[in-house]
Design a protein around this ligand. Structure first.
Ligand SMILES: [Cu+2]
Length: 388
């Protein structure tokens, strides 16, 4: 049954599989001269004369250890190992008298066994002109074929047309990170599987930093103390939990057609970044927030704060805008904004469609430690009964 399903989904993906087969016939690398019209099979990265680094991937909102500026260092090959997990998960935990809500998801995950997969997949951080090398594994016990389309890559459907892997297959490909910025990656296996895999969890973020680091509105270097990746996702949940991920995909088709999500969540589930899971910062720290949405546009807002610097589209090659109160994230995009916290307390990072924030779950929190600055805000008369 499983093999049959895989075959059906492979065939439904049509030309992706065909392009893959054509590419394997060629014998050129990205460092060589390509004469054909399709992606080619290149030399191993160890023979490219570049340093190859295995990036140790971590659970979002956190990002891999990295340098912000690499100055005149030579570009490297940054290798990442990704696997795909199809699993049941809790989209909304039990609350008051309501039981937890379970559904099926499809996720990119780091290959270390203790990594807990969720949406988004692990963030990859490189510098402009580095080469990103992706090893993608589709474990044998999965039901679907999957691939990966990097918005930071050029050509071949962002890598989607050369990376389609059925259960039991793996692929390695690499691309030049030619543009600086914050970019989505997501699954796009063909046809109706494209939206259903994305809204079921298969997206993540690639951060391509300028080689000499970020610059402010005056062109001066600006460093951040922490980077957090907040990925918002519209999620469609059938009233009955499906028996397997394939039945889940069928069940969500009519729900997706309403364009009305059951949940809109930040980092995979309701409450994933609130309460005890709130992000942390200190007064005086500059935080680089990356706000992503793979499938639906959104409007972000940090309640009680601002975007001191805002890079629309996450395009670090542009001068940042300053002092934004809210920012748009187009569908299939990730923006970057930097804020220096000036007051302690709890901040809400929300979709400022407040219906989505409060009723659908699109809310994160930042818990900021430090000393209150009365110059910025003070109480004149505390709350009390109206005096006659
Ligand atoms: Cu997929």
């Amino acid at each position: 049954m499983k093999n049959k399903l895989s075959l059906i989904f492979w065939m439904a993906s049509g030309f992706y599989g065909l392009t893959n087969a054509q590419g394997a016939e060629h014998e050129h690398g990205m460092t060589g001269n390509s004469t054909g019209s399709a992606p080619t099979v290149g030399i191993p990265s160890s023979q490219m004369g570049m340093e190859v680094v295995n990036q140790s991937l971590v659970q979002p909102p956190f990002v891999p250890v990295h340098e912000q500026s690499v100055g005149k260092q030579k570009p490297k090959v940054i290798h990442v190992d990704l696997s795909i997990e199809e699993k049941k998960f809790v989209i909304a935990p039990a609350k008051d008298d309501k039981p937890a809500v379970e559904t099926w998801g499809m996720f990119y995950r780091a290959t270390n066994p203790d990594y807990v997969s969720t949406n988004p997949g692990p963030t990859i951080v490189v510098h402009q002109n580095d080469v990103v090398e992706v090893h993608l594994i589709n474990p044998t016990d999965n039901l679907f074929a999957h691939n990966i389309d990097f918005h930071g890559a050029t050509g071949a459907m962002g890598g989607g047309s050369i990376s389609l892997v059925s259960p039991g297959e793996e692929v390695t490909f690499r691309f030049l990170a030619s543009k600086a910025g914050t970019f989505i990656y997501h699954c796009a296996p063909g046809g109706l599987h494209i939206p259903s895999h994305v809204v079921s969890g298969q997206s993540g973020v690639l951060v391509v930093l300028p080689r000499d680091g970020l610059r402010n509105q005056h062109g001066k270097p600006v460093a951040y103390d922490r980077m957090y990746v907040i990925s918002e996702q519209d999620v469609y949940v059938p009233t009955q939990v499906a028996e397997n991920v394939a039945q889940h995909e069928v069940a969500i088709q009519p729900l997706m057609k309403t364009l009305t999500p059951t949940y809109v969540v930040m980092n995979g589930s309701v409450g994933a970044l609130t309460g005890e899971h709130a992000l942390r910062a200190k007064v005086g720290e500059k935080i680089l927030f990356v706000h992503a949405q793979a499938n639906m546009s959104t409007d972000g807002h940090l309640i009680g704060g601002h975007a001191d610097l805002f890079w629309p589209g996450g395009s670090f090659g542009n001068k940042p805008e300053i002092d934004f109160e809210s920012w748009n994230v187009p569908a299939g995009d990730a923006i970057a904004m930097l804020y220096e916290f000036r007051e302690p307390g709890l901040y809400a990072f929300v979709n400022h469609n407040l219906i989505k924030a409060v009723l659908f779950g699109a809310k994160a929190e930042v818990n900021v430690e430090g000393k209150w600055d009365s110059k910025l805000m003070t109480i004149v008369n505390p709350v009390g009964a109206i005096k006659q």
